[in-house]
Design a protein around this ligand. Structure first.
Ligand code: ATP
Length: 302
């Protein structure tokens, strides 16, 4: 059995001449939170719509839970909960009644409703009409609607969009408990790295339809390097000595910028430069946001 709950191979979708999703090979590990990051228009929703079989791909294949989506669509989707482009609900009905309708439609037991209202922390408001809910509460109702069929996989398109910091934190906590306590794999998209950075185990970054990064958050963090900015007399000679010692160093605007590594750490730099007169030294840590800048050529908010 594959360790991946979602696997796509060469998945592609075009709109006219425009390639919205360009041969992407998603690998979403079971039991993890996968953050699918990309700027507006990068191809996140198109990908998600294909994963949910709402639209067809032009090329490539999708396997979910080890089965071909093309072949076993209904069987697979019974085990997938989703929230795409905002929740849909009857505003004049309560959260309880909204969930009751879904139970009736899907032939699910009504007795489970309270449990799910509790999971998404809507129990105190369960009998109030949804139109009076905050955006975060509506979003949590949408998640309860997705959960009520007890899915193994939850696919959420920008579930934190438009929420205030408290609402974002609520959704984050909910994602963590669903994944860790209920063992549900979560695939969620976002255009803001910081929204999902603290909860995602695995990150995929899509840009112009292409998957430009896919690995664990630790691997992404490994790309972050600490650099030393050094102002020094006789920079040309210092540059030469450092380079000869194997340091990754650049000379810019009269200062040396040295990328630290296991071999060339701060102590080693001091050692190499001991015969030089150092005027100023500053440690610069490259944040995850900076890594995004490097990967995508954009700022941290994709
Ligand atoms: N139905 C459609 N017809 C034509 N072009 C489309 C259609 N749906 C998406 N596109 C195009 O495909 C590209 C990817 O769009 P998509 O909605 O997947 O991006 P996204 O990453 O989800 O962005 P957003 O966060 O803005 O929804 C965009 O250039 C978009 O204009």
């Amino acid at each position: 059995m594959s360790e991946y709950i979602i696997e796509t191979d060469g998945l592609t979708r075009r709109y006219g001449q425009h390639v919205s999703v360009d041969h992407i090979n998603l690998r979403v590990p079971k039991g993890k939170i996968y953050g699918f990051l990309g700027a507006n228009g990068a191809g996140k929703t198109t990908t998600i719509r294909m994963l949910l079989s709402l639209i067809r791909g032009d090329e490539g294949s999708i396997r979910i839970m080890g089965q071909s989506l093309q072949r076993d669509r209904e069987k697979i989707l019974r085990n997938v909960g989703s929230l795409v482009e905002g929740p849909s609900y009857y505003g004049h009905l309560s959260a309880y009644k909204n969930l009751k309708i879904i139970c009736m439609l899907l032939d699910l037991p009504e007795k489970d409703i309270d449990e799910f209202l509790d999971i998404v922390r809507l129990s105190p408001f369960a009998r109030q009409t949804v139109k009076g809910y905050s955006l975060g509460m509506k979003q949590r109702l949408g998640i309860a609607q997705a959960l009520i069929r007890r899915p193994k996989l939850l696919i959420l398109d920008e579930p934190m969009n438009g929420l205030d910091p408290a609402g974002i934190q609520e959704i984050r906590n909910l994602m963590l408990s669903l994944c860790h306590q209920q063992g549900i794999t979560i695939f969620l998209s976002s255009h803001i790295l910081s929204e999902i950075q603290t909860i995602a185990d695995e990150i995929g970054i899509i840009q112009n339809g292409r998957l430009i990064f896919q690995d664990s958050i630790q691997e992404l963090e490994k790309k972050s390097t600490t650099r030393l900015l050094v102002r020094i007399e006789n920079q040309q000679e210092a540059f030469r000595v450092l380079s000869a010692a194997g340091a990754d160093v650049v000379l810019q605007e009269g200062e040396l910028l040295i990328s630290l590594s296991d071999e060339i750490d701060q102590a080693r730099v001091f050692n190499i430069l001991q015969s030089f007169s150092i005027q100023h030294m500053q440690e610069l840590t490259v944040s995850l946001e900076d890594i995004f800048l490097n990967l995508t050529g954009m700022d941290g908010s994709l």
